[in-house]
Design a protein. Structure first.
Length: 521
């Protein structure tokens, strides 16, 4: 390839056969010529194009966690979903995404981030189409699970490609801020988009909408992105670890959500819980003793900042999933709003989350990650505690708007310092591990937390109906219980942030910490 360094003219002199139209080319020459053209094209691609592709791809992945929420009542009606089935439309995606996210990151390091990005995006797009064509609930849930696999392959590559493009710390911090803002706002914007598509078209479009976007992104990625691999990448993938943790979490969630028909003390529930716990224990054994390249080297949790940040991520994930799931149901099933109105009602949360994430990227350099990681969950907890007082027949302006704004601001302030705390002080070769881990625990917290809160909310509603309360009032009481649990979890997260080492909270180290967090993935 040295002959290309002097330019096209030198390339033709080095290989005269290229100078003549119609000349016969060997396969090696043709391959080198194509590779050279791609290299020159990639070098000309502006960095903003890479940023746009990575942000849109990550936005799609996060969006699909919540875009189905507003469409759930219509899905239930058209496909005959049960209450438990509604949860699985959300959790099937979340569990495969969370369980395989670390494996997706390792695959990018091993096989090339651009290549894995393209594979993940193609799978995500294709499974979105399959879900949109679902003829029954089982088909839809399986498609959502497969879509989560595609998301787990795709998501880690977005951050890795981003950080390999922006090498200057200041540019990287700005890019990370844009990436975090789009990711942070995805959940709320997803509810808005879901409402618009469900009301104006049909529930199927909340999934099919990914298809044209995915096709355009695939075409752009082929042109713009350059291949890269991590230095010292693992030589093998820990498939047994990925399978056991995904299966263990899925069975654990199944045991929790099935308690609406099988009591906690029943053999069905006890056996399911034991199997789930056994699989998770098997995962820990594989990581500690068996896997040559473990997905999660357990020694990373000896770092207090990593352990604390991941526990906070569990609380934040559970609250995020719970608030959007239950408030979506309240707005439509209790307040009687249309899907479109329900989506519009969530817009303040999305805008406040995005604005707070952008401000938080600058604020963290002034007050430090530790203080901001106390402030963010605390503000969100106040908003959700206010939401826990939601009355039957309450008004949006009085009882919903204010809590949503506070919740969105708190979330937006939390994401960047949470990532910083999880990666500060981690050796360079474990930066990707630490970043992937914080995303995984947030998704796991969301899946398990939603299952637990849905069980409690359903139980509360059943008891209230049995005591003579109307169905709408009973549902509201159940949702209030879920909101209260979310507020408590966020408050505990704010308190836990005080346990972070003082060095993590030092404002003068924030820029370096942001740079380290950006390297993750």
């Amino acid at each position: 390839m040295a002959d290309f360094d002097a330019g096209p003219g030198a390339a033709r002199l080095a290989d005269p056969a290229r100078s003549w139209p119609g000349a016969q080319h060997g396969s090696a020459d043709v391959a080198r010529s194509r590779e050279g053209r791609l290299d020159r094209l990639h070098r000309r691609a502006p960095s903003w194009a890479v940023l746009a592709i990575c942000c849109v791809a990550q936005f799609m992945v996060v969006l699909d966690v919540s875009i189905v929420n507003v469409a759930l009542p219509q899905m239930r009606e058209r496909l005959g979903l049960t209450v438990t089935g509604q949860q699985w439309v959300v959790n099937a995606y979340t569990l495969t995404f969370a369980g395989l996210l670390m494996l997706g990151g390792r695959a990018g390091d091993l096989f090339g981030r651009r290549r894995v990005f393209l594979v993940g995006l193609a799978m995500f797009t294709g499974c979105s189409l399959l879900g949109g064509l679902a003829a029954n609930g089982t088909w839809l849930i399986v498609a959502r699970a497969a879509q989560g696999v595609g998301g787990a392959v795709l998501a880690p590559s977005t951050l890795s490609l981003l950080t390999s493009t922006f090498v200057d710390p200041q540019d990287r911090r700005k890019a990370l801020g844009a990436w975090s803002a789009t990711a942070a706002s995805g959940a709320a914007i997803g509810v808005l988009a879901g409402g618009v598509l469900t009301d104006l078209l049909d529930w199927r479009w909340v999934l099919i909408v990914n298809v044209p976007i995915g096709i355009v992104l695939l075409a752009a990625a082929v042109v713009v992105l350059r291949e890269s691999r991590a230095v010292g990448a693992p030589k093998s993938l820990d498939l047994p670890g990925a399978v056991t943790i995904t299966a263990g979490l899925a069975i654990l969630v199944y045991a929790i959500v099935s308690t609406d028909t099988h009591p906690w003390g029943s053999a069905h529930t006890v056996v399911a819980l034991l199997v789930g716990v056994a699989l998770i224990a098997g995962f820990l054994f594989i990581e500690a003793r068996v896997a040559p390249e473990p997905l999660v080297p357990l020694g990373v949790f000896r770092r207090r900042a990593v352990a604390v940040a991941n526990v906070i991520a569990i609380a934040v994930g559970a609250s995020l999933f719970g608030v959007y799931f239950f408030l979506s149901l309240y707005i439509q099933q209790v307040a009687g709003a249309s899907p479109l109105q329900g989506g519009v009602d969530f817009l303040p949360a999305g805008l406040s989350t995005m604005a707070a994430a952008l401000v938080g990227t600058r604020l963290v350099a002034r007050i430090g990650p530790r203080r901001q990681l106390v402030l963010g969950p605390l503000v969100a907890a106040v908003g959700v505690a206010w939401l826990a007082a939601l009355p039957f027949g309450g008004s949006y302006a009085t009882h919903v708007l204010g809590p949503l704004l506070l919740f969105g601001i708190g979330l937006g302030l939390s994401f960047v310092p949470m990532t910083i705390a999880a990666t500060t002080g981690v050796p360079v070769h474990q930066a990707g591990l630490a970043s992937g881990l914080i995303n995984t625990t947030r998704q796991v917290g969301g899946a398990v937390g939603l299952a637990a809160m849905a069980t409690i909310a359903a139980s509360t509603a059943v008891h209230r109906v049995a005591s003579g309360v109307s169905q709408g009032a009973a549902l509201t009481s159940g949702y209030d219980e879920a909101f209260l649990i979310s507020a408590v979890l966020l408050g505990m997260g704010a308190v836990l942030a005080l346990l972070l080492p003082a060095s993590v909270g030092a404002p003068h180290r924030a820029d370096a910490a942001v740079s380290a967090a950006a390297h993750a993935g």
